[in-house]
Design a protein. Structure first.
Length: 363
């Protein structure tokens, strides 16, 4: 019997790609063939995808970035991508198509719409992304990663949670060691693309901590390429043990060892924190479309698992105060870790996989 085929479309950032990876792992385990359509940016995140996933890069573009020429060429590039995907889908007739957002998902979802193939989208954030806004009323339904998610009236939807990769699930609920007078780990994540403001403020806030806390810290700090040298130099000049990289391939391991996580509140980061269960200080990206990172953080904040600091309020004294309050109170930190677990959706991947199979069955 021929294996059913799932075509996934995602791209741009880890926030779109990581849930796609998790679903791919689950669908392969269920005996499906899985294809991924993405762009060059998205392809950077496919190294950890199962080797059985067939990955192809598609012609796409965005109207949101670039100069006049780039924007003028965006339409033809997208159209070419849609036509290419339509030709591919006519040959292969995927049983289900799912988009995870990002402009590279337009060609696949556009082609699936033209061909009237079974299709759905997964929205990771509490506010629909630009591409998912376009297709929300043109698909069978929206699987919501964050709850509640702001949706157009009448759009079929279901809360499934945000799927996390198997490497995260392997550390689900990993035992938490509260802060104390021994080596402690601090993980700083600026999202899959880093964040300058975290590189500006966090190192100085760490240096401002009381000696009895700072001397025990081991810092893992994800920073942009252009910030690597200065951030590393600052930590070194202040005698702080720090590992500074542009991208950590072992985030789940580092998170499971951490006493505290300081992070943007991208949907994947929030999901990882809630599945592993760690206290966090969340700093939503102020320029995020629809302020969706603030919406993403609400679940952990409302559960008393996280402290949220808006960018407008972020400075060295404020961050140092919150860090010190958590790292000097083992009981409160342990309660935050437990609360984070209570906010997680550990079966999100299986919920989404079940929706995909239902979509294929209903046609």
């Amino acid at each position: 019997m021929a294996h059913k085929l799932l075509l996934m479309a995602a791209g741009g950032t880890g926030g779109h790609m990581f849930p796609a990876q998790a679903l791919a792992e689950a669908m392969l385990a269920r005996g499906w063939r899985v294809k991924l359509s993405t762009d060059a940016r998205g392809a950077r995140y496919t190294a950890a995808f199962p080797s059985a996933v067939e990955i192809s890069e598609v012609s796409s573009a965005t109207f949101a970035r670039g100069g006049l020429l780039a924007k003028a060429l965006a339409g033809p590039k997208i159209a070419a991508g849609v036509l290419s995907m339509a030709a591919q889908m006519r040959r292969e007739r995927p049983d289900a198509v799912i988009g995870f957002g990002g402009y590279p998902s337009i060609p696949a979802l556009g082609a699936a719409t033209l061909l009237k193939l079974p299709r759905m989208i997964h929205e990771q954030n509490g506010v629909l992304g630009r591409v998912n806004q376009i297709f929300a009323t043109r698909v069978a339904g929206v699987a919501c990663g964050t709850w509640p998610t702001a949706l157009p009236e009448g759009v079929p939807h279901e809360h499934v949670g945000n799927p996390v990769r198997s490497a995260v699930m392997e550390r689900a609920g990993a035992g938490y060691i509260p802060p104390g007078d021994y080596p402690m780990s601090l993980l700083i994540m600026g999202g899959s693309q880093g964040a300058r403001i975290l590189s500006d403020v966090v190192p100085a806030a760490v240096a401002a901590l009381p000696d009895n806390i700072r001397q025990h810290l081991r810092v893992s700090h994800q920073a942009r390429e252009e910030d690597l040298e200065r951030v590393s130099a600052f930590y070194a000049s202040n005698g702080i043990n720090a590992d500074v990289q542009t991208f950590f391939t072992d985030v789940p391991a580092r998170m499971s060892e951490a006493q505290l996580v300081i992070s943007r509140s991208g949907a994947s980061s929030v999901a990882d924190i809630s599945i592993i269960g760690r206290p966090s200080i969340l700093i939503p990206y102020a320029a995020a479309a629809g302020d969706h990172q603030t919406a993403n953080a609400r679940g952990l904040v409302d559960a008393n698992a996280a402290v949220m600091i808006p960018e407008s309020a972020l400075d060295i004294p404020v961050l140092a105060e919150h860090m010190g309050a958590i790292l000097s109170n083992p009981q409160a930190a342990a309660q935050m870790a437990s609360a984070a677990l209570s906010a997680g959706v550990p079966d999100a991947t299986e919920r989404l996989a079940a929706l995909v199979e239902q979509l294929a069955e209903e046609g």
